[in-house]
Design a protein around this ligand. Sequence first.
Ligand code: ZN
Length: 240
Amino acid sequence: MRFAIFSDIHSNLHALQAVLDDARSQNCTNFVCLGDIVGYNAFPSECLTLVRSLNCPVIKGNHDEEASILYKTGNFNPLAQIAIEYSRSHLSDEEKSWLRALRFQRLVLDFTIVHATLDTPENWGYIFNQLDASASFNYQRTTLCFIGHTHVPQAYIRSVSLQTITFETLPIEPGKKYLINVGSVGQPRDRDWRASYCIYDSDADSLHLRRVEYDLPAAQQSIRDAGLPENLAARLALGK
Ligand code: ZN
């Protein structure tokens, strides 16, 4: 099977459509969504509808949580909070309760998925370095675990020691464990504006990181038309 594993769509419909098109052209047979469908960009409800139409495993991200709960946690910076409020007001009650019901982590075939970390998924910690990664590895029972949340694609590999790499193609070797950040569809932050996702080929035992161009000016214009802050449009072009 070939899985297209994607995360952090953040209401960027143009980027999501481009990723799904690319995944189909790459003969992906299965989809997996690692959360943060909403927030930041202009199309929360449209992105949610499209993800739901895939009928695939989905887990909860922190923006999904914040946009769907009945109170504010105060955990978000002002720019993110404005977009959360926008998402909240553009989602139906049914869509919010669907988001609320999402789980924090799941097992899919032979791999684990979680938005943030395996050690305390509901605390939304960030894995930025090997120390963060090793805390999560302690709870990883499968060879592979896929995460998102930082919007920076990266692989942490644990064998005798722990290694951090960026990759395009990565063979899965026996005796090692892999914690794979698939990057972000809708707001990459590794200085590359193109949408990011990962293909896992379970027959070939290999991973492929894909970068996909999409209609960036159209996505930016939608943000302006929605009355969202200009910064949210500008940062898409910078990949940060
Ligand atoms: Zn995110």
